[in-house]
Design a protein around this ligand. Structure first.
Ligand SMILES: Cc1cc2nc3c(=O)[nH]c(=O)nc-3n(C[C@H](O)[C@H](O)[C@H](O)COP(=O)(O)OP(=O)(O)OC[C@H]3O[C@@H](n4cnc5c(N)ncnc54)[C@H](O)[C@@H]3O)c2cc1C
Length: 540
């Protein structure tokens, strides 16, 4: 079945919904989301949004902190654009109805949090439910717009481009056009054709490529995979940020212990109860960059052979902790851990994909009519490592930027003659009888990525990872047209694709920088490697 709309948005997180609200007055907007509308990383964000709102703060300081975290690879122009729009975009959210925490006794002023890597208090938050509050309000506002519809349980299979359907008319210097996407309606198994002059990928991260991750189940890197297959450039996928402190408990899946806990004085202890961060980051200790803290924990775990370390904030008054971290406190109590009295067991976990689909400062990709926003994109803001709480900010600002560009080019794209797009052809595909084929490969990929392409890498580990991935990729390619597509199969295909890109990029980079650390080249090499890793599908 074919659906025509003006704007097709893939993803219902902060980036996709912010864009939908902006575009609503311009035409019909369809938002696709592969599970429920609130199954997003946005919904899980605890810490908050970084923005210059404190009296002792400045745009220059926020830019400097971002550049420092990015370890030489940030693009300064986009850093400036995003940082300087921060306060305005926070006001947009407030106008929509988002309620941020205020200083006790001073309701005029935001209660600004402090996080690792930030030289000032600048994290705007709603308790430690910031993401949930934002997600809820954005959904409420979107539901009020008659021109916007959200389709849940609709997963994008692939983008439709002129070349894909054999009607490429782009001149030598012209960009190829994106026409929309093939989309599986999960509940019926039907693959629909969605056509739009403007398509926006806002599919979030790829944390599920690793065994341990803070990310929600939807984070399988679909946006990066579909854009790569469509011929767009992907940058810096080797820079995966590992969050140092995910709750370690058999019943806790993906539960993050926010950076803010360390910002408020939490100390990391090893199994013997020793505070160890001074050894790894003298002076900064727990507030060192995430890569440094994650590597320090990894080293302590490998040395001790234990499963976790501990984060202790029990020296702070119980009343303060319960008020400042209600979400973390409640979750820990559910699991029998009282953070006001005892340390919290934690492990590092894959948290944020710093690389992604290459875009310009207006979110435009290499394909005409295709935008990428939020965690799936690589704008150049994060460089080799993301500064905490800069990602919600990026999603917000880039939605605004992309809206400005989309508004400018929409009528020209709409008025162009669109080629006839064939319906999805399932051919002789049959039902996959054994789901274990998918779950097995999924598990193998996540384990091999964790063990060989994780916090500490080496040439040998990367080679092993590549060798083990090749037969899985072949099996997926081989079966792709044999079996009727399901959400799990689509995600496995994308996960494998993203794993391949991460391994390829990590193998190319012969240095350690930001989120990429290899035992074979432990130093940063600005002379040879102060540049983005760019990967583009060959033979396209
Ligand atoms: C636990 C946790 C805590 C965090 N805390 C913070 C924080 O305090 N501050 C901060 O700045 N950042 C934080 N981050 C990072 C931040 O939350 C994310 O980077 C950001 O929310 C990403 O927003 P997004 O709109 O790009 O994607 P998401 O919010 O992840 O939304 C992605 C959407 O895309 C949809 N989708 C994916 N693939 C497909 C497909 N094939 N077809 C259709 N739909 C698809 C999903 O269903 C979902 O709706 C945190 C992340 C996590 C996991």
């Amino acid at each position: 079945m074919e659906t025509k709309t003006d704007f097709l948005i893939i993803g219902s997180g902060i980036a996709g919904l912010s864009m939908a609200l902006k575009l609503a007055p311009l035409g019909r907007v369809v938002v696709l989301t592969k599970k429920s509308e609130s199954s997003t990383a946005t919904n899980l964000a605890q810490g908050g949004i970084a923005a210059v709102l404190g009296e002792d703060d400045s745009f220059e300081l926020h830019q400097q902190d971002t550049l420092m975290a990015g370890d030489g690879l940030c693009h300064e122009g986009i850093v400036k654009t995003i940082v300087c729009q921060g306060p305005e975009r926070i006001r947009d959210l407030e106008d929509l109805g988002v309620r941020f925490s205020r200083q006790p006794g001073n309701p005029e002023k935001f209660d600004l949090g402090k996080e690792g890597g930030h030289s000032r208090r600048r994290i705007v938050h709603a308790g430690d439910f910031t993401g949930t509050e934002i997600q809820k309000i954005l959904i409420e506002r979107v539901h009020e717009k008659p021109s916007v519809s959200i389709l849940e349980d609709h997963i994008v299979v692939d983008l439709i481009t002129e070349c894909k359907i054999g009607t490429c008319t782009a001149e030598k210097d012209e960009k190829e056009r994106c026409l929309g996407a093939y989309v599986l309606e999960v509940k019926t198994g039907i693959i629909h054709t969605f056509l739009a002059p403007v398509t926006v990928i806002s599919t979030g991260g790829a944390g599920k490529v690793y065994l341990y991750t803070s990310n929600p189940d939807v984070a399988t890197g679909d946006g990066i995979a579909v854009a790569y297959r469509a011929g767009a450039r992907i940058a810096n996928p080797e820079f995966v940020q590992f969050h140092p402190t995910c709750l370690y408990h058999p019943k806790a899946k993906n539960f993050l212990i926010s950076e803010a806990l360390r910002g408020e004085g939490g100390r990391l202890l090893n199994f013997s109860g020793e505070a160890f961060m001074e050894k790894y980051a003298p002076g900064l200790r727990e507030l060192a960059g995430r890569d440094i803290v994650a590597r320090a924990i990894d080293t302590e775990l490998k040395k001790s052979g234990k499963d976790c370390v501990y984060l202790d904030i029990s020296h702070k008054p119980a009343g303060f902790l319960i008020k400042r971290f209600p979400n973390i406190y409640a979750r820990c109590i559910e699991l029998g851990i009282d953070m006001t009295k005892e340390p919290i067991p934690v492990v590092p976990a894959a948290h944020y994909m710093c690389g992604g689909i290459v875009t310009d400062s207006y979110g435009e990709t290499d394909l005409r009519g295709l935008f990428a926003l939020g965690e799936t994109a690589c704008t150049g803001l994060h460089g080799a490592n993301r500064l905490a709480s800069n990602s919600l900010l990026e999603g917000l600002v880039m939605a605004h930027q992309a809206y400005l560009r989309a508004r400018e080019i929409f009528s020209e794209l709409r008025d162009r003659k669109a080629p006839r797009v064939p319906e999805w052809d399932t051919g002789g595909a049959v039902d996959m009888e054994e789901a274990v084929l998918i779950s097995y490969n999924w598990d193998v990929i996540r384990r091999l990525m964790w063990n060989y392409v994780g916090i500490v890498r080496s040439n040998r580990r990367l080679n092993l990872a590549r060798q083990r991935l090749i037969p899985i990729l072949e099996e997926i390619r081989h079966h792709y047209w044999d079996y009727i597509l399901t959400r799990d199969f689509i995600e496995l295909r994308n996960l494998a694709q993203v794993a391949e890109l991460i391994i390829a990029a990590a193998s190319q980079r012969k240095e350690s920088r930001g989120g990429h650390y290899t035992m074979d080249y432990t130093c940063k090499d600005d002379w040879n490697w102060r540049k983005d890793t760019i990967i583009k599908r060959t033979g396209h």
